[in-house]
Design a protein around this ligand. Sequence first.
Ligand SMILES: Cc1cc2nc3c(=O)[nH]c(=O)nc-3n(C[C@H](O)[C@H](O)[C@H](O)COP(=O)(O)O)c2cc1C
Length: 158
Amino acid sequence: MDPNIKKKVLRQITYGMYVMTAKEGDKVGAGTVNWLSQASFTPPLIMAAVKADSSVNEVLRTSGTFVVNVLSASQKQIAEDFFRPTKVEGAKLSGHAFKPGTSGSPVLDEAYCAFECKVTDMIAKGDHTVYVAEVTEVHQKRDDKPLEMWDTGWFYGG
Ligand SMILES: Cc1cc2nc3c(=O)[nH]c(=O)nc-3n(C[C@H](O)[C@H](O)[C@H](O)COP(=O)(O)O)c2cc1C
């Protein structure tokens, strides 16, 4: 396999951009992710690949629940803010206000929709851990257009 073509071809997979958050006790993890998809209608399952050495993965391993905050097309800056290690300052997470969801994980005030998930399975292989999780609660503040990876000019894949 040609490594340059492999990189180019795998980068043709299309993605959204989300801020994943998890909370366990007083530990909070959050990160921008794009490796995420629905995986079943009944029950409603999603799958996500989380960097093995990230703070969100550290919290997720024990919390067993997380929130996927969906960013809108105009919220590229929020995605950037969650590429960096998470800072919790009072009621703000890396500068963004949040409220605890039903499971306790942070739901960002600015996210136009979000869903809460309970982990059902995990596969710890390679440099990312794949989680399969059931959607247990949904939040919607308004209709909007989601942020799509291709339009940002960023790549995470290959
Ligand atoms: C464009 C882009 C896409 C990313 N997608 C993912 C992803 O799908 N899964 C993931 O675990 N990390 C992804 N990351 C990395 C996380 O955003 C980053 O590890 C995390 O937010 C920062 O937390 P940490 O310092 O604990 O790693 C991505 C980073 C960038 C720049």
